[in-house]
Design a protein around this ligand. Structure first.
Ligand SMILES: [Zn+2]
Ligand SMILES: [Zn+2]
Length: 334
């Protein structure tokens, strides 16, 4: 009897130790049934108490690259914290994925006109193409325009977005339809420099410079909350800055180019990719320094090789946990 009791205590301790060592839960997509309502207008003055009580969630909206991919939207990662969604980049198709994620995971702040904020790592089009979708979808229901942080050049993009929507805005503002805020379509933008960009409650968002070759400046981001820490590389060549920023984080989202995929390219593109992206073997070195709880690959350049090849290449050199993200994957703090 005593032996059984001790065994139970030991088992409980073992489970507790494992749980303490594992702070991030990967919820499989199959655990969630997708029930889509027919077109529903959603408005919300403030987050519900249920949203405020949720642990931090990270929803991968898009894992793609400039290369059209039937299964991967353009680059975009959403951090959902205390009833607000903070997007990091917003590549083509990301806002469509946000609409799906809103229902799949019951996250009201991912309804497009409820998304408050977007942080742009750099201004390559595969990271910005859905800005119009984000800023303009149901803009007349927005109490405030979307807030955007991005490198030098963001003001020019904001002016361009205003031009894109000017005719529509004119119709709606001067017609008979109700408009919540006549400036709801305007993207409120800020040019970023390295350092803390936003502090809200226990959320801190920090930008740091990365090396994206001649695309300068380009930023990576570190996000910390009360229950989760993550680093998002953006587009970068091998960088020990990222390894330092990501030391011991729960999640390191990092771009990658498969070594085998790289070799499918012309000499000119191989030289270009080598100077602006991180090859799988280089990423294994970054991860070995950073030792994140989970290394999550996104923005993978495969160039026609099997997607699993890039995982094999990294796992041959790095023995920590590595996952290749798919669109709509979700990670939740315990
Ligand atoms: Zn880029
Ligand atoms: Zn890119």
């Amino acid at each position: 009897m005593i032996k059984l009791y001790i065994t139970r205590i030991l088992l409980t301790l073992l489970v507790a130790t494992l749980l303490i060592g594992c702070r991030v839960r990967v919820v499989t997509q199959a655990d969630h049934k997708l029930v889509l309502p027919s077109a529903r207008v959603e408005t919300r003055d403030e987050p519900s108490s249920a949203e405020l009580a949720q642990p931090t969630q990270v929803v991968v909206l898009g894992t793609g690259t400039p290369i059209p991919d039937a299964f991967r939207a353009g680059s975009s990662i959403a951090v959902v914290h205390r009833g607000e969604s903070y997007l990091f980049d917003v590549g083509a198709g990301a806002i469509r994925q946000a609409t799906i994620a809103r229902y799949k995971y019951d996250i009201p702040s991912l309804y497009p006109s409820q998304i408050c904020c977007v942080f742009l790592s750099h201004l390559h089009s595969d990271h910005t193409m859905d800005l119009s979708e984000l800023a303009h979808t149901l803009w007349w229901r927005r109490q405030a325009g979307v807030r955007a942080w991005g490198p030098t050049g963001i003001a020019r993009i904001a002016n361009g977005l205003d031009e894109i929507i000017a005719t529509d805005a004119n119709f709606r503002i001067n017609g008979i339809q109700p408009v919540a805020n006549p400036n709801g379509f305007r993207m409120d933008h800020q040019t970023i420099a390295p350092g803390i960009l936003l502090r809200k409650d226990d959320l801190v968002i920090e930008a740091f410079l990365v090396n994206h070759g001649d695309i300068n400046p380009a930023f990576g981001f570190k996000v910390t909350t009360n229950d989760l820490s993550l680093v998002i590389s953006g587009d970068t060549a091998y960088s020990e800055v990222i390894a330092e920023k990501a030391r011991g984080v729960d999640l390191l989202f990092h771009e990658v180019i498969s070594r085998q995929g790289l070799e499918q390219n012309s000499a000119g593109f191989q030289a270009y990719h080598n100077s602006v992206h991180t090859t799988s073997d280089e990423l294994a070195r970054v991860a070995a320094i950073a030792q994140p709880e989970k290394l999550v690959l996104y923005h993978g350049l495969f160039y026609g090789t099997e997607e699993s090849t890039v995982l094999d290449e990294i796992q041959a050199l790095y023995d920590g946990e590595v996952v290749l993200a798919n669109d709509l994957d979700i990670f939740t703090a315990e």
